[in-house]
Design a protein around this ligand. Structure first.
Ligand SMILES: *Cc1c(COP(=O)(O)O)cnc(C)c1O
Length: 351
């Protein structure tokens, strides 16, 4: 195994706490629920990307990069944490974010967009179909100017990034030993797949007995997502020299708890309210609310045994609560939510 010798820069506050959620467990009629607080990794409001960035940034530093070029959604947590990591290491960052139209620039800055702006990232916004070409042009232009740009794909879901979640699994196993608990399941939000791939590679390599359950945050994609993550598990295992086999049964994805990426649906609003009211725990509308909606539904439908122990992995993203303030207020007052698809989503066009 190579985890101990991989180049790594320390960016996250680790280990993150693992806490009990007794009130939520009681509300849902068992199982025992714990929360692994990766929202507290501490890199610009925290989140799961900090763990991936410890390895990805180390690679960028080794390759003597002076610019990081990456992209994702308009209010991307990945972009926030990448800009923060780059800033700590004294690098420049260019973001190519997707939006409803090329050059989208709202009057008010909020959530992650405000954070990207405050950290001084160079921000470009393009329709998703135009972003690849724009990114290539930016890379070429930087090279022509004598810079050494390092490109990171959306979410940092490469074997190097996924190594962050194989190490997280090691941390979870060691906390379970410390607390004397047997963890049966881990539930988390899955997007670009690096988190799940790292966790699955880790749970198999360390023979932890923990079943990893991913909840899709972008709606159904059929078997394509499972295949993509399964391939990433294999590449990550090869990269880390883990002697494991991974098949489809190891990659569990629930895709019924999100209608579309970033959509504000009632089940997510309920999950946000319930976590806040029962545990004082803030979750985000894009990722962790889908995972919590899934956890709530699985508990209510008897998926778990009453004596199971389930860890909810809080992957962060809470800065995105604020751009969703209107539908969340309406939901809290028992009214119809004013919108489902946010204005900054590429899908909002032609609504
Ligand atoms: C990116 C992200 C995820 C998903 O992680 P992937 O590795 O992309 O699947 C989950 N939760 C939050 C808050 C995120 O920002």
């Amino acid at each position: 195994m190579r985890l101990n010798t991989l180049p790594r820069v320390r960016l996250a506050n680790l280990p993150t706490p693992m806490q009990e959620m007794p009130n939520l467990s009681k509300e849902l009629g068992g199982p025992k629920l714990l929360v692994k607080r990766d929202d507290l990794t501490g890199l610009a409001f925290g989140g799961n990307k900090a763990r991936k960035l410890e390895f990805l940034m180390a690679d960028a530093v080794e390759k003597k990069a002076d610019y990081i070029v990456t992209g994702a959604g308009f209010h991307s947590n990945w972009c926030t944490q990448t800009v923060a990591a780059a800033r700590r290491l004294g690098m420049e960052v260019v973001l190519v974010k997707s939006g409803p139209k090329d050059g989208y620039d709202p009057k008010e800055y909020d959530g992650n967009q405000l954070l990207h702006f405050l950290m001084g990232a160079e921000i470009h916004v393009a329709r998703p179909e135009n972003s690849k070409k724009l990114t290539e042009e930016i890379m070429e232009d930087l090279r022509a100017k004598g810079h050494n740009p390092y490109y990171m794909p959306v979410g940092g879901s490469t074997p190097i990034g996924a190594a962050g979640y194989a190490t997280a699994m090691l941390e979870i196993v060691s906390q379970a030993v410390e607390k004397g608990v047997k963890i049966d399941y881990l539930v988390h939000a899955t997007g670009s797949g690096g988190t799940q791939a790292g966790l699955v590679a880790g749970t198999k390599a360390f023979n932890s007995g923990i079943k990893v359950l991913g909840v899709s945050t972008g709606g159904p994609t059929g078997g394509r997502r499972t295949e993509r993550i399964m391939n990433l598990v294999k590449e990550t295992a090869d990269f880390l020299e883990f002697d494991i086999v991974c098949d489809e049964d190891d990659v569990n994805i629930f895709d019924e708890y999100a209608e579309g990426y970033g959509y504000m649906i009632e089940g997510k609003a309920e999950a946000i309210k319930l976590a806040a009211e029962k545990e004082g725990l803030m979750i985000d509308p894009v990722y962790t609310a889908s995972a919590m909606m899934g956890l709530i539904d699985l508990c209510r439908n008897g998926f778990f045994k009453p004596d199971d122990t389930v860890v909810f992995l809080h992957t962060g993203g809470t800065a995105a609560l604020f751009p969703y303030k209107e539908p969340l207020k309406a939901y809290g007052l028992g009214k119809d939510m004013p919108w489902k698809i946010p204005e900054w989503s590429p899908s909002s066009v032609g609504q």
